[in-house]
Write a protein that binds this ligand. Structure first.
Ligand code: UT7
Length: 344
């Protein structure tokens, strides 16, 4: 679906339409860092292979007594602190790695963060989850159901990745990120200006974690057809990002930041190259965290802001690709905000 119909479109002309504005950003990463060298001790791989093929030097692993929901709560609380708010009207949580199939984690996060009895629910769109959740939250605001929404993405991939599978164990890591969205004006920095979302279930098996019916016996692990996913990720993210750039009336060379799903440095470089954005606009923030799934975009945003690579008013494109298959993009001008980051 091309979703820009329900998002305000910005064309450099006076406009007082309602906008959905990014007002706060928080993250939480597990403290434990697993280096490439540690993985190379037990897998047929090497630091050199992982760095050159993916750009990853280390990933985080949640402590045994720490859950996806714990990471989500900390990131959500940090985003509220960054936005200087104690309350929001709704919470949408994206995860591929729920602590349990039922119930969803979002009500527990809302409760633990002190948000009371607000509407709260999970969305499942694998590595595109943060952008799907963001689009859902924007819809709640445009529909008049909420004035502010906390969008949270959290993952504990270490619980579903086969530690003996070198093709996934070297890539995925644990972490969480969150943003506060609030009703505002499309003229404000931070306003979400255009969306694009899509899916293709014909390729559902390329990124897969079997259910009990699909695999009744034995331990079920997450699998990924790396090369096929690699090619699709470049194709889908490029196409989707171009749609939102065009919808905003921008040209690629005026884009200041592209924050693509942080899966692989080569994918990020190839997407930027195909888009025709300035090379320095392609933000690659995965070296010390790996691929944190749905959390990768907010985690990368916080690192890029604190590192001075993402500045207020930059024309910014977020684009993601993941299992399902799913993909999506959103365009915004980056707001002035200070991310709040913690580790547990
Ligand atoms: O987050 C959801 C979206 N995910 C992604 O976007 C990830 C997309 N895929 C990728 O990032 C890459 O495909 C990988 C990093 C997973 C693999 O890199 P590649 O350049 O596509 O390698 P490949 O799968 O084509 O494999 C090349 C070789 C194979 O060996 P042979 O068959 O050529 O002998 C693999 O078995 O590299 C081998 N290989 C490894 N070697 C050392 C695969 N993983 C490893 C490893 N260490 N960790």
């Amino acid at each position: 679906m091309h979703a820009s119909e329900f998002a305000p479109v910005f064309r450099d002309e006076p406009d007082d339409r309602t906008g959905v504005v990014v007002a706060g950003l928080g993250t939480c990463l597990p403290r434990a860092e697993i280096s490439n060298a540690v993985l190379a001790e037990r897998l047929d791989t090497s630091d050199e292979w992982i760095r050159t093929r993916t750009g990853i030097a280390a990933r985080r692993r949640a402590a045994p007594d720490s859950s996806m929901t714990d990471l989500a709560c900390a990131a959500a609380a940090n985003a509220l602190r960054s936005a200087d708010r104690g309350a929001v009207d709704a919470l949408v949580l994206a995860t591929t790695t729920p602590d349990r199939p039922c119930p969803a984690a979002a009500p527990e996060v809302a409760h633990r963060v002190g948000l009371g009895t607000i509407p709260a629910f999970d969305v499942s769109a694998v590595c595109s989850g943060f952008l799907y959740a963001t689009a859902t939250a924007a819809g709640l605001i445009h529909a008049g159901i909420a004035d502010s929404v906390l969008v949270t993405a959290a993952e504990t991939y270490s619980r579903i990745v086969d530690p003996a599978d070198r093709s996934t164990a070297v890539i995925f890591g644990d972490g969480a990120g969150a943003v506060v969205l609030r009703r505002g004006s499309v003229r404000e920095a931070g306003a979400l200006l255009a969306f694009d979302l899509g899916s293709d279930g014909a390729d559902k098996d390329l990124i897969h974690l079997p259910g009990e019916r699909e695999q009744p016996a034995g331990r079920r692990w997450f699998t990924m057809a790396g090369r096929k996913v690699y090619l699709q990720a470049i194709e889908r993210m490029t196409h989707s990002a171009l749609r939102v750039i065009n919808d905003c009336g921008w040209t690629p060379e005026t884009v200041g930041a592209v924050v693509a799903h942080q899966a692989n440095a080569r994918i990020i470089g190839a997407v930027a190259d195909r888009l025709g954005v300035p090379p320095e606009a392609a933000l690659c923030e995965l070296a010390r965290v790996g691929n944190t799934g749905a959390a990768s975009i907010p985690v990368a945003l916080a690192d890029a802001v604190d590192g001075g690579r993402l500045r207020p008013d930059a024309r910014t494109v977020l684009t993601a690709f993941g299992g399902g298959l799913t993909w999506g993009s959103v365009a915004l001008t980056w707001p002035r905000l200070a991310p709040v980051r913690t580790e547990i």
